[in-house]
Design a protein around this ligand. Structure first.
Ligand SMILES: [Zn+2]
Length: 101
């Protein structure tokens, strides 16, 4: 992913979404790859206002089983496994300019 490219950051706890560069996200306190964690590898994906104890990662560390995760956490795991391609895809879909404005 290009250094200066803004891509979608989704807080898995509160659902907050922001388009940020890797550096902006890190400076604002997001727990997000590539500074915190690795794309495609399960770890917390949180905004600056949320803590990790409600993340899919934390839940998985407790149970060591995907079968015991809630549907919300399973959805997070699926999204993480699709990174970084799905983050770019979401941006392309949402970030299109409108004609005639
Ligand atoms: Zn949050």
């Amino acid at each position: 992913m290009a250094k200066e490219e803004k891509y979608l950051h989704i807080c898995e706890v509160c659902g907050k979404e922001e388009y940020l560069t890797e550096k902006e996200a890190y400076e604002q306190g997001w727990d997000y790859p590539p500074y915190i964690g690795t794309y495609g590898v399960l770890s917390p994906r949180t905004c600056p206002g949320c803590t990790i104890d409600n993340t899919a990662w934390f839940d998985y560390m407790k149970h060591h089983s995907f079968a015991q995760l809630s549907e919300k956490h399973r959805e997070t795991v699926r999204r993480i496994l699709g990174e970084p391609d799905n983050l770019i895809f979401l941006k392309d879909k949402k970030g299109k300019k409108k004609n005639g404005t």
